[in-house]
Design a protein around this ligand. Sequence first.
Ligand code: AKB
Length: 315
Amino acid sequence: MPTYILIIGACGQIGTELTLTLREKHGGEYIIASDIREGSDDLMQSGPFEILDATNYDALEEVIAYYDISEVYLMAAMLSATAEKFPMRAWNLNMNTLFNVLNLAKEKKIDKIFWPSSIAVFGPNTPKDDTPQNTIMEPSTVYGISKQSGERWCEYYFNKYNVDVRSIRYPGLISWKTMPGGGTTDYAVEIYHKALSEGAYTCFLEEDTKLPMMFMDDAIRATLQIMEAPEEHIKERSAYNLAAMSFTPKEMAENIKGVLPKFKIAYEPDFRQEIANSWPSSIDDTNAQKDWNWKAEFDLQKTTETMLENLKNRV
Ligand code: AKB
């Protein structure tokens, strides 16, 4: 029997690439994309698409019943920078969509869930370097509080109701197909666009702010890997730490200069600096390596080459 998969938030930064990859792997008709707005042409044309507000339980249940969905990837969320501006909207979106999906699994209407967590679950009192899987968290942002609460609820639904929910703490994600929106790590994508279009970029973080980052291909691979792992291998039912590389805006700019020697960077930190200061610099992902064989393939150099190569004909 084929497995029908629903992606919620399919038009976002991760959702777009995840949908296209899953469609390539399983066939377009089995992967139902959904969002509150329409997405890119390749997404809209490669398989079924539903306009769906996943905070509405009845609407979500209807789509799940109609397509006989068994797996849900819940990628809709308000990210860190936007969430600071709209705390209640962020809380409602990030938590209600998660509860809706968890409750559908509790009711046995779906079998398996992927829900993304983030390095934002950590806070200013967390050890900054090689942040362990289990440590002090105390997030200080609206987004981080919602992600940490979400992790607690995922673990609770697994323990109490045997809901098969799996999660990763994504670092900042870098991709050329879709722009990020409203995050603190967005500079690491904007910089490539501006390097090509204007030869210069003004960064909203200070030059020495080191954050964990990952190229999108690695993030998608990790997502599919954790979802395909045998159930008994998933030992963390909150969310797994996941790492690939860590760098500062200055290091990134130097790296870009290796390809575009005339590139110039300036720094004008704004409110996002405080968010970035509260997050780890690097992440220890030993458990993901051990439990489901995680290994990143993209470092900063490979990321820069791939981004500039793919963006040069688009920007
Ligand atoms: C953000 O910056 O808010 C996100 C994240 C690290 O979860 N990219």
